[in-house]
Design a protein around this ligand. Structure first.
Ligand code: MF3
Ligand code: CO
Ligand code: CO
Length: 275
């Protein structure tokens, strides 16, 4: 069974965690981010998404942790791998071989000592074309526009509005059909964290809230559809889509990011700085 959950629910039904709970989230977030760091060198043309998922699952097990997604609502894999026009929840498959120039999101959620760490980032097989590189930059920066709003007294509406303003100013669209979520000792909890919205719309942010921000941004229109496998979400217009996700906690004066990349490889174009 679930057991007792920590902290208490505020008037909006959002769980408020204690200062001590941050350590558990940092440990879980650090492992998820470290796994995404270590998969980077395996993302090359010719590899299948099932091969990547198998490596990821082994890393989770070797760390003495658990995958949050294996067995979640019937999902069978330790990651979601979403290529090009796939918005999210791409299912790893031996039939999906990466082609040079593909961009992909890899999303991993682990459970460490009962705490959930959920993060995703973009990768490229080989080199991206200019449109793809631009979309990844905009999506990454949109996430950080949202994170910059996270402090007590600001609202969830401010997070969404900041992301939407940034994405639309760059002639991209924000996916409405999927959102971020509260997490902690559960995978998905209140509130839904929208990546669009109105400045000042509630609920208000409070210290001790833990949640993800995970904007999906499209080069074309925002509409999505779910394929017959009941998981894979794609853009209806087949335009390119990108996503980045961090798990964060609200502090007295801002926030802490639980899923920072220990290797500094969160941004997909970290390679650009190497040569
Ligand atoms: N990690 C995803 C999220 O960001 C959820 C994946 S659920 C799965 O919330 F079952 F598709 F893996
Ligand atoms: Co998430
Ligand atoms: Co995720």
């Amino acid at each position: 069974m679930e057991g007792n959950l920590p902290g208490h629910l505020n008037k909006d039904g959002i769980r408020i965690h204690s200062k001590d709970d941050f350590a558990g989230m940092h440990a879980a977030g650090r492992l998820a981010a470290n796994i995404l760091d270590r998969i980077t060198d395996h993302v090359v043309p010719g590899v299948t998404t099932l091969e990547l998922d198998t490596l990821i699952h082994q890393m989770v097990i070797d760390a003495g942790a658990k995958s949050a997604t294996v067995g979640y609502k019937g999902y069978q894999h330790a990651s979601c791998i979403s290529i090009n026009h796939v918005v999210c929840h791409g299912i790893p498959s031996e039939k999906k071989k990466l082609n040079a120039g593909d961009i992909l999101n890899i999303d991993v959620t682990v459970i460490v000592d009962g705490w959930f760490g959920d993060t995703s980032r973009m990768y490229v097989a080989g080199q991206p074309n200019r449109k793809a590189a631009r979309l990844m930059d905009i999506t990454h920066d949109a996430l950080f526009q949202g994170i910059a709003q996270v402090k007590p007294g600001n609202t969830f509406g401010d997070i969404g509005a900041a992301i939407q303003r940034y994405a639309e100013a760059h002639r991209c669209s924000v996916v409405r059909d999927f959102c971020g979520h509260g997490l902690g000792r559960v995978f998905h909890a209140a509130p839904n964290v929208l990546h669009y919205g109105r400045w000042g719309s509630k609920p208000v942010l409070e210290p001790g809230m833990f949640f993800t921000i995970e904007p999906m941004i499209n080069l074309g229109r925002p509409e999505t559809k779910v394929l017959d496998d009941d998981w894979t979400a794609v853009t209806r217009d087949r335009s390119l889509s990108a996503q980045f996700e961090h798990s964060i906690g609200v502090t007295e004066d801002g926030c802490e990011i639980f899923t920072l990349s220990p290797a500094g490889r969160f941004h997909p174009t970290w390679k650009r700085d190497e040569t």
